[in-house]
Design a protein around this ligand. Sequence first.
Ligand SMILES: Cc1cc2nc3c(=O)[nH]c(=O)nc-3n(C[C@H](O)[C@H](O)[C@H](O)COP(=O)(O)OP(=O)(O)OC[C@H]3O[C@@H](n4cnc5c(N)ncnc54)[C@H](O)[C@@H]3O)c2cc1C
Length: 475
Amino acid sequence: MSSYEAYKERLLKMKPNIYVGGEKIGRNDPRVEAGMNMIRVSYDAETDPQFKDKAIVKSSLTGKNISLYTHVPQNTEDLLKRQKLTRDLCGLCGGCFQRCMANDTISGISIATKEMDDDLGTEYHQRFFNYLKYYQKNNLCGNAGQTDIKGDRSKRPHEQVDPDLYLRVVEKRKDGIVVCGSKAHNTIAPYADEIIVVPTRAMTKDDADWAVSFAIPSDAEGISLIARASQPRARTHIKAPFNERGVMDSLTVFDNVFVPWERVFMCGEWQYAGRLALLFANYHRFSYCGCKPAMTDVFIGATAMVAEYNGVGNAPHIKDDLAKLMVTAELVYAAGIAAAVTGKKSSSGTFEPNFMYSNAGRYHAGVNIFHEYDILSATAGGWPATMPYEEDFYNKDIKGFLDKYSMRKPGISAEDQHRLFRFISDFSCSAWSGVWQYAGVHGGGSPIMEMIGIRSNYDLKAKKDLVKHLAGIKD
Ligand SMILES: Cc1cc2nc3c(=O)[nH]c(=O)nc-3n(C[C@H](O)[C@H](O)[C@H](O)COP(=O)(O)OP(=O)(O)OC[C@H]3O[C@@H](n4cnc5c(N)ncnc54)[C@H](O)[C@@H]3O)c2cc1C
C-alpha cells in the first residue's frame, strides 16, 4: 500500500465531524477528497524519481528512511531540500501543497520543549520525541493549529470578556488535560490525521492557562471542524490537473477536549509561549520563501503565455512586468536560501532558519501578492472575467462563434486559447483566487507581523554606531 493509500485509509476510518454549508460530512465527501488530492502530491513525491532524493531523508531519531515532511531539520542541507521541494511541489499544484505546516509546527516544538526542560526542569522534550517517532513511523499528515480567535486584539488572553477566545486549559487531570476554545483558519484540519496546537503569541503569568501545546487526532471527541471548501471551478470538458485539487480551512472548535499527557508539549509555561509561537512562525515564513516563488512561477508563466497568445510577447512593458515578477520570485527564494545557509543549530539539535531572512522573505512575498495579480490581469485583458461558461464552448449551436471569436494569434488552436484563458480565470479571477489573495497576505502572519519581528530583533544600534563612525560623532 502506498503512503497516500495508507493516509486515505486512515482518514476514511475517522468519525464524521466536519461541518460545511449546513451539512455534517465525512472524509469521503468530494470536497475533502479534493484537499486529500493536494496532500497526495507530497506522498507521491516519495517514490517519484524526480523528487525522492529530497522527499525521503533519514530520521534523526531512528536512522530510518522517513518523509521529509515528518522530519525536523538537522542542518542547512535539510532546510535547502525543504525549500527546493516545496517550490517544486507547489509549482506542480499551482498553489499551496499544504504539507509544510505541520512540519513547521513539529520543528518549533522540538526546540521549545528542549529549552523548557533545560530551564524549568519539565519533561516535555522526550515526550515530544516519543510522539514524533510515532508521527514519523506512520508518515502522518498534521495541520498547524496556531491562530486563536483573539477577540479584542488590544487585550491579552486573560483580559478577554470570553476566556475561550484563546484556546485554554480548563482542567488538569492525572491522565491529561481538558481544553476549551478554538483555533481559526485551520488549513488541512478536515483531512489531517492530527491537529497540532501551538500558542499564537507571547503571554504573561496571568495567561498561564492559555499557554498550551499538544497534538490530537482530528476526529477526537469534542472537536468540530467548521469548514469552508475551496476548489478551482469544476471542469466538464477541458479537464486539467489544476482543477483536481482543493483546500479546506476550518474553524476548529475544542469543546472540552481531553488530551492525554503523552500528547501535551506545553501546559502553563507562559514564559515559552512567545518563543514557541515565533519558532513556528519562523519555520512557516521560511516555508513561504519556497512556496510563494512557486506561485510567482505560475504568474510568470501565465503572463508570458497570455502575452504570447495575444501577439504582444515582445512588447517592452510586458517584458518589464515579467522581469518584476522574476525579481520578486527570486528575491523571496534567495531569502529562504540565506535563511537556510545562515541558520543555526538549537540546543535540541534541530536546525533553525535565520529569523531575519525568513521574515524579510515572507514580508516581501506578502506585500507583492496583489501586484502579481495586477500584472497578470493587466496583461490578460478582460476575457478571464467575462468569457462564457465552459459548456457554451461545447454547445453545437454556438461553438463555432466561440471558437472563432476567442482566436488571437494565428497558429494557436481554439482549444489551447480556451484552456489558457480558463486557467487564468480560475487562477486569478475566481472565488478560489480570492482565497489565495488573502492567504498571500495573511498566511504565516500578516506583513505587519514580519515587520514587528524584524524591528524587534534588528541590531539598530550597530547601524547608528556605523553612522556615528562615518560622521565622526563621538559619544
Ligand atoms: C487562507 C489562510 C490560511 C491560513 N491557514 C492557517 C493555518 O493553517 N493555521 C493557523 O494557525 N493559521 C492560519 N492562518 C491564519 C493567519 O496566520 C492569520 O490570518 C494571520 O496571522 C492574521 O491573523 P488574523 O486573521 O486573526 O487577523 P488579525 O489579527 O485581525 O489581523 C488583521 C490586522 O489587524 C491589525 N492588528 C492585529 N492585532 C493587532 C494588535 N495587537 N495591535 C495593532 N494592530 C493589530 C494588523 O494590522 C493586522 O494586519 C491562515 C490564514 C489564511 C488567510
